[in-house]
Design a protein. Structure first.
Lengths: 671, 317
């Protein structure tokens, strides 16, 4: 038996022996509307989480996945109420708990990592203070023998755990003495030269005050060759418990924040999104809960940051023996991280089971649909309705298209584009876009991929002539767009249309859908009242929305529907080029898939060219012919989609591809 | 030893029966719900608000009285006969007579028109001027905003009543109610301007403006078609609530004797005249004061209701 399976076997035995940590049975959650009606947000849902296990709940927005998790924590918002079923934590029924009773389990037994790192830290308190709050609120309840046992099973440590002093942390005051003692002990047992240096470097990195415990120090020393008795003598002498500040720094360090002691004294606004999420993870794990509930913990973050944080969280929860219940809309993420998956739809669990099995062989039609829509690196470019006609010739036809790519004429030509912004209180200019050149060929899609701050949206705005470039040119059909003024500008606007990211912001809430779609026709003075109405109907039909939405207002439509309205508006003037700035990023997988297919069908039908800005490489795979990868305002890699995905040349592109959750897993094998 | 490939108890593969979890088409439009605009939504909230119903009925009555005072009294408010001085009420003269022998009831009825026209006219001017200046400041920003904002600050620093007294002192001979209206507007536009500037600033940065620019719309068109319509709700709220305060200010100025001339029937003037006989005949002071209080209360309540409807975030539930 190999070491790996050995650990798994031990863990499995322990889990079977312990029984589920969290057991939810036939849970029902109702919300009461203003007029007193009950809305069933969660119906008859059952799932369980075993100690040390990662369980994922997936589903679209409004499917009840967050509501189920929040019900377990007693944190239902507004009028939400558990009206049926049971929630058992460690065998104790908690669904009927009062808020006061919940306080005793929250933090100490169950931790929460909330979704939005931007709004979940109090801006007026230092990060350290907020971690301290979590510790103080739970009286620093940090002794969990059971959890340490699990941690041991996971770490495959064979030493006896001394229960006394198990949670005694190393203090920063004693650290130098401990290091010195450790060095002497090593010298005593005859470790010298390179080996000694290596060991000492390891101790320096591992022994973090406030995070390292006595038994782990002893364990490290024993592993390094120090005799048991000596090791325990040193550990007991120098590991005497830490101060609160050490503990805070230790927790932040565990969550992966470098320079934790300094960082703890900073305020949230000095942190990036990823760092804030780490601070929230530190807070969630501060009291060593047995269960961590993570509500879309990394959805707001870039993929590479997401990967780093999740890797770290996984290492951390494994070593602490914490179970994680995480909510996500990303199937790849669930497949990659969770052992067990729960699929929710309209408040009900439609399918659950081992995550890979469920996602590779989905059985419920909804899961099938979800899996089919989920973009992954394994997916192919979407083929339009016409091309889908008959399979064999469709593939041929697309091949032909690809061949003709080389010869296709250029619609948008961007050359040496640079944009500098002045930063407040700073002398030097900030280069948001630095010498970027690319060409969009007629009838094709060029995707610009990059993480936040890579300058991709700035490029889009310059191509749309909404921002003036500092230097460089954008030409449309051979004409420099900076020369466009008045009439020629209006003509340019007519041919190059945008679809923006935020489907909630890009439609005027005061305008009916009819007026919104009609607006471009009015601005350009096209047609009269009746002919415009006919055109709006045509456009609605084109984006597959019923005519009845014309009288409605944006607040009545879903994000996907609004995005389709935005596409209809962009199509109103029969443009040649559509610039999609993160047009599908805010949408659920199924809706995203629908919009992508729509965009693709429109492209084939009308010969449109797209400049598609996104952070999601999997989406790029589905829609783009050419890809430009941007980082820190510079163009890193440029090539056809296949080239970039199959043979990435730059390290950054490789990192991006590696970071895609579940990128290498093939889902929906029998679809 | 157990088989680790076997799922843990309670975590076996589960697929919900399809008839219990029917599948719906992706992202369908709910066509059953009635279409609503922001205004329709606001109206629905308002309709259910008792504050709105009460103040609405009051305001309708007040406006009706102001428009058709003749329906309520046949007596001329300016017909005063000293023989009737401080006479108690009698048929046809329900509130009795004041010191000059004028019918108190008819003076209260006719005073409604004065108060209401001052309130409404002032509000109209304030909204027009304040919105324009505020919108220009917010929309253009830069030095235009800097200059206009400083002017607003200067006016803010002058207490409205004090300023009005000083200015009205200079025009004692003018008898029109426009005198009071313009003076109140002169010192009243600043708060509306501030609010309009804030509203324009926040809606200027919303994405739909960029979207319309990219559709070919010009900045001025954006201002009138998108930014202003999206900024009206806070302006409407402040307009309704301050209408009542203008009525009070007019009454105050008339009470001080520098507002409307004594020939114009107004509640403020009547209260002023009645205070000298407060001990002998308090009812003469009582009626115009109550009329004033009810009117102001009605408008302030209306303002609150409108605020709840248009800006649900500020609701004090």
């Amino acid at each position: 038996m190999t070491e790996d399976t050995n650990i798994e076997q031990k863990l499995d035995d322990l889990q079977r022996q312990e029984g589920p940590l969290l057991e939810v049975k036939d849970l029902q959650v109702d919300f009461t509307t203003d007029d007193g009606r009950a809305v069933h947000a969660v119906r008859d849902s059952s799932f369980s989480v075993y100690p040390g296990q990662w369980v994922a709940i997936v589903g679209e927005s409004g499917s009840g996945k967050s509501t189920s998790a929040m019900a377990c924590l007693g944190l239902l918002p507004g009028t939400g109420k558990v009206v049926g079923g049971s929630i058992k934590l460690n065998g104790t029924e908690i669904s009927h708990y009062t808020q006061k009773q919940f306080v005793t389990v929250r933090g100490s037994k169950m931790g929460l990592v909330p979704q939005d790192p931007m709004s979940n830290l109090n801006p007026v308190w230092r990060i350290g203070t907020q971690v301290k709050e979590a510790l103080v609120a739970n009286n620093m309840d940090v002794a969990h023998e059971k959890r340490s046992e699990l941690a041991k099973a996971l770490a495959d440590a064979d030493i006896e755990i001394k229960s006394e002093g198990d949670e005694t942390f190393l203090g920063s005051k004693e650290l130098p003495e401990l290091i010195e003692a450790a060095e002497q002990a090593l010298v005593k047992v005859g470790v010298t030269g390179d080996a000694l240096e290596k060991k000492m470097a390891y101790f320096h990195s591992e022994w973090v005050p406030g995070s390292e415990t006595r038994w782990r120090v002893a364990d490290d020393l024993i592993k390094a060759g120090v005799k048991d008795d000596d090791a325990w003598y040193i550990a007991k002498k120098y590991v005497l418990g830490s101060t609160m500040n050490d503990r805070i720094a230790g927790l932040l360090d565990e969550a992966g924040l470098p320079d934790a002691a300094v960082r703890a004294r900073q305020y949230p606004h000095e942190f990036s999104g990823g760092m804030r999420q780490r601070a929230l993870i530190a807070i969630g794990l501060a009291c060593r809960p047995e269960l961590l509930i993570a509500d879309e913990p990394t959805s707001a973050l870039d993929v590479t940051v997401q990967k780093r944080i999740l890797d770290h969280l996984q290492g951390l929860t494994d070593s602490l023996g914490t179970a994680v219940l995480f909510i996500t809309h990303d199937l790849g993420l669930a497949a990659e991280r969770a052992q067990h998956i729960v699929v929710m739809y309209k408040g009900q669990v439609v399918e659950s089971g081992p995550s890979l099995e469920v996602l590779q062989h989905p059985q419920h039609p909804y899961t099938k649909r979800l899996v089919a829509a989920a973009p992954s690196l394994a997916s192919q470019r979407i083929v339009s309705v016409e091309e889908r006609g008959d399979d064999a010739s469709a593939l041929m036809e697309h091949k032909v298209n690809e061949d003709s790519l080389e010869h296709a004429d250029v619609v948008i030509d961007v050359e040496h584009l640079t944009k500098e912004f002045k930063l407040p209180r700073r002398k030097e200019m900030f280069k948001a876009v630095d010498d970027v050149s690319f060409k969009v060929k007629r009838g094709t899609t060029l995707a610009i991929v990059g993480e936040s701050g890579s300058g991709k949206s700035t490029v889009a705005n310059m191509v749309l002539k909404l921002l003036k470039p500092t230097s460089g040119t954008v030409t449309y059909n051979g004409q420099d767009i900076s020369q466009f003024k008045g009439k020629s500008l209006l003509a340019f606007r007519r041919h190059v249309q945008p679809v923006f990211q935020n489907p909630y912001g890009s439609l005027d809430p005061m305008y009916s859908i009819f007026r919104s779609i009609e607006e471009p026709l009015r601005i350009h003075g096209i047609g009269d009242k009746t002919s415009r109405a006919v055109r709006v109907r045509e456009l609605l039909d084109m984006v597959e929305l019923p005519e009845s939405v014309m009288q409605r207002y944006p607040n009545e439509l879903s994000g996907g529907q609004r995005q389709r309205i935005a596409i209809a508006r962009a199509m109103a003037l029969n443009p040649d080029v559509i610039v999609c700035d993160e047009a599908v990023s805010a949408l659920d997988v199924l809706v995203q898939d629908q919009v992508l297919h729509l965009l693709n069908d429109l492209q084939t039908k009308n010969g449109l060219s797209y400049l598609f800005i996104t952070h999601d490489l999997a989406v790029v795979r589905q829609i783009a012919d050419d890809v430009v990868v941007m980082q820190h305002g510079r163009l890193v890699e440029h090539g056809t989609t296949d080239e970039v995905f199959l043979h990435p040349k730059q390290q950054y592109t490789k990192d991006l591809l590696d970071a895609i959750p579940g990128g290498k897993l093939e889902l929906g094998l029998d679809l | 030893m157990t088989d680790i490939t076997k799922p843990l108890p309670g975590q076996e593969r589960y697929v919900a029966p399809l008839d219990e979890t029917p599948l719906q088409t992706v992202d369908t439009v709910d066509e059953s719900a009635p279409a609503t605009s922001m205004w329709a939504d606001a109206w629905r909230t308002l309709r259910k608000n008792p504050l709105f119903i009460i103040s609405g009925i009051l305001i309708i009555c007040i406006v009706f009285v102001a428009l058709f005072p003749g329906v309520f009294t046949k007596n001329d408010p300016n017909y005063c006969n000293l023989d009737n001085s401080l006479e108690p009420s009698r048929p046809g003269h329900p509130f009795g007579f004041d010191l000059q022998g004028c019918d108190v009831y008819s003076r209260v009825v006719y005073g409604t028109r004065t108060s209401l026209s001052v309130g409404i006219l002032t509000t109209l001017i304030v909204v027009a001027v304040g919105t324009l200046i505020g919108a220009v400041a917010g929309f253009f920003g830069g030095w235009v905003d800097a200059v206009l904002s400083r002017i607003v600050d200067i006016f803010m620093a002058i207490p409205m009543l004090l300023g009005a007294i000083v200015v009205l002192q200079m025009f004692r001979t003018v008898t029109s109610i426009w005198k009071v209206v313009l003076v109140l507007a002169l010192f009243g536009w600043v708060s509306t301007a501030r609010i309009a500037r804030g509203a324009v600033l926040s809606s200027k940065n919303l994405e739909f403006n960029t979207a319309s620019t990219a559709l070919g719309s010009t900045p001025t068109r954006n201002l009138f078609r998108h930014i202003l319509p999206n900024s009206v709700s806070p302006i409407i709220v402040i307009a309704t609530t301050s209408l009542g305060s203008y009525i009070v200010s007019e009454a105050t100025l008339s009470f001080l004797g520098i507002g409307l001339p004594s020939t114009t029937v107004s509640w403020g003037g009547d209260i002023s005249k009645a205070q000298s006989i407060l001990r002998t005949d308090p009812m003469v002071l009582f009626y115009p004061s109550v009329a004033l209080a009810i009117t102001v209360l009605a408008f302030i309540m209306m303002g609150d209701a409108v605020k709840d409807a248009l800006d649900p975030k500020s609701r004090t539930a």
